[in-house]
Design a protein around this ligand. Structure first.
Ligand code: SF4
Ligand code: SF4
Length: 87
């Protein structure tokens, strides 16, 4: 289980979830070379401790437990997997 950031984050990317996360598992980090390349954040499923702190912090309700991602946002699960499988 993990949490997934969905499309309402796109172009908002305000970092409220990043500030709320106790294990800093929301990527890319500002210091990363690819930070500007992405218009949304992704949650690392291997680092996320499923605490749920990010979900209520999001002003546009973009964050869901993986099993509760709406049907219309399933693509976000794929995008998240792709982000963390990149070399
Ligand atoms: S559920 Fe907790 S650990 Fe996982 S991304 Fe959200 S705040 Fe971070
Ligand atoms: S709090 Fe929501 S809108 Fe802001 S960066 Fe996180 S997922 Fe995106």
């Amino acid at each position: 289980m993990t949490y997934i950031i969905t499309s309402p984050c796109i172009d908002i990317k305000d970092g409220a979830c990043v500030a709320a996360c106790p294990v800093d598992c929301i990527h890319p980090h500002k210091k990363d070379a690819d930070y500007e390349r992405y218009n949304q954040f992704f949650i690392n499923p291997f680092e996320c401790i499923d605490c749920g702190a990010c979900e209520p912090a999001c002003p546009v309700m973009a964050i869901f437990e993986e099993g509760l991602v709406p049907e219309s946002e399933q693509q976000s699960i794929i995008l998240n997997r792709q982000y963390f499988s990149k070399s």
